[in-house]
Every structure is written in structure tokens, then in C-alpha cells.
Design a protein around this ligand. Structure first.
Ligand SMILES: [Zn+2]
Length: 304
């Protein structure tokens, strides 16, 4: 399916507008857990001076840029998260449209992609973006993220092969037990929030077995690549003691997003590169990776 350029432009603009709305969600949803409801009801006011934001200052991205990132009335800085989410969502929507229509989804060939797949991917990308940012800012994944994620996963599961990522309900069940079980283990021993477990229910159903392994592995890998240097920096450079905390949810969302499109390709590449032979230039790293994979699969086997 080839999408004409004007459609991409329209999707980009809608992405900006919805991004602006998602900023309100990101701001509002985690607050519902708290007792202070006063300024949730007035999202279009400056949080500092309470001056109402004029409509022309509320235009996504452009409003923030024209104001130079400061409130028109009190000059209080407006967080860069607002334009970042707007632009990020616009890029995410256009990028997702391109990826799903060009590469299809894992286990769904491009020629089998329909409008329902496009809606599914844009919907997931949107709630995953909201989940990512709320987890970064509040170390919390709101109900409004994990619940729609779970519902979309169950609905999508009923689309039969070759139109769905998981290969039937049994594949989804194994995926759910593995994905949510693995995260639940980390939640139990500390290190992950219960929101991560709840969101993993949907992830497991979407990817099923064996692609849940790819999504989880990518999440852990990307989290580790960032977390380990960050921990070293915090400990050695900033000389902070005690527990350094980093939410894990954002990396799970990232691993899942990549796996939506490239899960099968990554799995096939991994198996053909590292598993068939133990000779050649890549033998040593391959052997180490193989060992890690064995350990990982053993851990997975223990809980699923
Ligand atoms: Zn102000």
C-alpha cells in the first residue's frame, strides 16, 4: 500500500493536534490518583499565574515557539515536554503509517495490511507514548493506558492469521503468561511498578509466543543500554548514594513498538546469526549471547 504525500501531511497535522490533547492526558491522568483536583479542571491556564492561555498561543508547536517557551503573562517557562510530545506524536503517527504500510506488521505481510491495522497501530502508538511520558514523569502508568492497551490486544487477537501478530489465542496465552509473569517477578522483588505488570498483560496478548520474547528482550536491552551508563554517571560523577531509580516502562513501550514491525525479522536474524553454528569471526560474542539467551529462556521457563 503506497500512501500519497498529502495524506502524510494531513496525518502529521492531526498528530500535532492530538499530541496537544495527549499533553492534557499526561498532565491530567496521573493527577486523578491525588486529592488535589483544583487545577486539573483548568488545563488551559498557566499553572503559575493562572492566566488563561489564548487560543493563538495554544496552537500546537507554533504557539510554544512563538512565545519562546514562556508564559505570555508571567514569563514562567513552559516545559519543553509540551512541544516535544506534540512534535513526537506527529512524527510517531506519520512514521507508524509509513512503517505499517511499507513493512506490514510482524507476522502480517504488507499486502495483508488494511485500514484496521493502521488504526490499531496509531492507537497503540498514541497510548504507548502517553504511558511512556507519564512513567518518565511520575513513574506511573495510568489505568487509561494499560486498560485500553489490554482491550485493543484482545480485540486484535480475534483477527485470525495471517492478519494478526500473535498466532491465535494459545499463542497469546503463552505470551501473556511469559510477558506479564516475567515483569511480575521483577515487581515482586522490587524494581518495577505494578503498572508495568498490567501493561504487560496487553503486550503479551498482542505479541503472543514467541514474539513476546523479542519485545521483552528489546525492552530490557534498550533499558540496560541507557540505565547502566546512567547509573555509573550518577554514582561516579554526581557521587550520589542510595538507590538510583529509573522507570522501566518507557523501555518496554520502546521494545514493543520496534517489535510491532520488526519482531519477526529480529527473531529470524537472531536465530540465523547466533544459533546454527559456533565457528567464524563472530563465534565468541555469539557464544556469550547464546549463553545469555539460554539463561534468559531458563528464567522464562521457570515462570511460564
Ligand atoms: Zn503565567
Amino acid at each position: 500500500m503506497v500512501i500519497p504525500i498529502p495524506i502524510y501531511v494531513v496525518v502529521f497535522v492531526f498528530g500535532l493536534v492530538f499530541g496537544s490533547f495527549f499533553n492534557v492526558c499526561i498532565h491530567r491522568w496521573p493527577q486523578e490518583e491525588k486529592t488535589d483536583h483544583e487545577w486539573i479542571k483548568t488545563p488551559s491556564n498557566c499553572p503559575k499565574c493562572r492566566a488563561p492561555i489564548r487560543w493563538y498561543d495554544n496552537i500546537p508547536l507554533i504557539g510554544w515557539l512563538r512565545l519562546g517557551g514562556k508564559c505570555r503573562d508571567c514569563k514562567a517557562p513552559i516545559h519543553w515536554r509540551y512541544p516535544a510530545v506534540e512534535l513526537g506524536n506527529a512524527l510517531l503517527w506519520t512514521g507508524s503509517l509509513y512503517l505499517v504500510t511499507t513493512y506490514g506488521l510482524s507476522n502480517v505481510a504488507p499486502e495483508n495490511i488494511g485500514i484496521a491495522h493502521i488504526i490499531f497501530v496509531i492507537f497503540l502508538a498514541s497510548i504507548w507514548l502517553i504511558g511512556m511520558v507519564t512513567d518518565f514523569e511520575h513513574t506511573l502508568i495510568p489505568d487509561e493506558v494499560w486498560l485500553p492497551n489490554l482491550i485493543a490486544a484482545v480485540v486484535f487477537m480475534f483477527a485470525a492469521a495471517p492478519y494478526t501478530i500473535s498466532q491465535g489465542w494459545l499463542s497469546s496465552l503463552y505470551g501473556l503468561l511469559m510477558f506479564a509473569g516475567f515483569i511480575a517477578m521483577f515487581w515482586f522483588f522490587g524494581g518495577m511498578g505494578f503498572g508495568d505488570v498490567l501493561v504487560a498483560l496487553g503486550f503479551g496478548i498482542i505479541f503472543g509466543w514467541p514474539l513476546s520474547n523479542v519485545a521483552l528482550f528489546l525492552g530490557i536491552l534498550s533499558g540496560g543500554i541507557v540505565a547502566i551508563p546512567l547509573l555509573i554517571y550518577v554514582r561516579l560523577v554526581q557521587k550520589k548514594k542510595g538507590r538510583a531509580e529509573m522507570p522501566f516502562g518507557p523501555w518496554l513501550f520502546l521494545g514493543c513498538y520496534v517489535s510491532l514491525f520488526f519482531g519477526t525479522a529480529i527473531k529470524d536474524w537472531y536465530l540465523s546469526t547466533f544459533l546454527p553454528s559456533g565457528t567464524g569471526a563472530g563465534a565468541v560474542p555469539a557464544a556469550i549471547l547464546h549463553q545469555l539467551l539460554d539463561l534468559y529462556l531458563a528464567a522464562v521457563g521457570l515462570i511460564s
